[in-house]
Write a new protein. Structure first.
Length: 257
């Protein structure tokens, strides 16, 4: 099994040496991972992220009215805690039940501040980005379950390669910003910048297909129950990425008006 999501890889589940099992078996042990269990935990993490996002949204709104220090510690704190927590979970999957909620709360703090800032510049952009993110999630889940999209090996290899390429471009851009160098065009609102954002949105969305396939296969292999939290965390990582990229794309489109 392969996934473009950096927190999911073949070793995550294959290290348990698990074989496929029949999901329909009535005597399936409750101590193993299930798709429904992962979906429930994903919804729980999304709820936590929403609650913390509302907090920093209100703080950011206050900052825009003059209290500049009201939101930044929460926003940057959420970014740092989220990044550290994600790294720890990647290396210690058994800690996912404890740390996945922490990651969701931290990312919510970060996203709430970022979203409020974008909303102040382009009113209505956040609800469009949220709708686009969950609309994409629903459409791809339906397409995957109906068999319209299949995660073949070639499909997986293509998405993994594209995801790696995007990560490399962002890494070079981030490092370059420290030395006054920016990769030209891709961050602008011109045709190249918009085209780049469209490509990134598509790749981020297709990573959801790989995640669906990975989690389904893991459940069929009877992965340990705690990996439901890890699977939910992995989906959160992809959804956060997808939301941010849709937000960036919409901002570029709005800036052209």
């Amino acid at each position: 099994m392969r996934s473009g999501n950096p927190v999911l890889n073949a070793r995550t589940f294959e290290t348990f040496g698990l074989q496929r099992r029949d999901l329909a078996a009535e005597d399936a042990p409750v101590t193993t991972m299930t798709v429904n269990g992962t979906a429930t935990k994903t919804m729980f993490l999304l709820g936590l992220a929403f609650c913390s996002a509302c907090f920093t949204w209100s703080r950011t709104a206050s900052a825009m009215e003059g209290d500049a220090a009201a939101a930044m510690p929460w926003v940057f704190g959420g970014l740092i805690v989220g990044a550290i927590t994600a790294l720890v979970i990647c290396f210690k999957q058994t800690w996912a039940p404890m740390l996945a909620p922490v990651y969701a709360l931290a990312e919510g703090l970060f996203l709430g501040g970022v979203s409020a800032s974008f909303e102040a510049q382009y009113p209505g952009i956040v609800i469009q980005a949220v709708g686009g993110t969950f609309g994409t999630l629903a459409a791809l889940l339906l397409a995957y379950q109906s068999g319209l999209i299949r995660a073949t090996e070639n499909f997986k290899l293509g998405i993994v390669a594209a995801t790696g390429g995007i990560c490399l471009v962002y890494l070079v851009s981030m490092l370059g910003s420290f030395f006054g160098f920016q990769i030209p065009f891709i961050h602008g609102a011109g045709p190249i910048g918009i085209g780049f954002s469209l490509v990134v949105v598509v790749i981020a969305a297709l990573n959801l297909v790989l995640d669906f396939d990975f989690i389904e296969n893991a459940a069929e292999r009877g992965a340990p129950k705690y990996l439901e939290w890890y699977g939910a965390f992995a989906l959160m990582v992809t959804l956060v990425w997808l939301y941010l990229e849709i937000l960036r794309l919409l901002a570029k489109l709005n800036s052209r008006d």
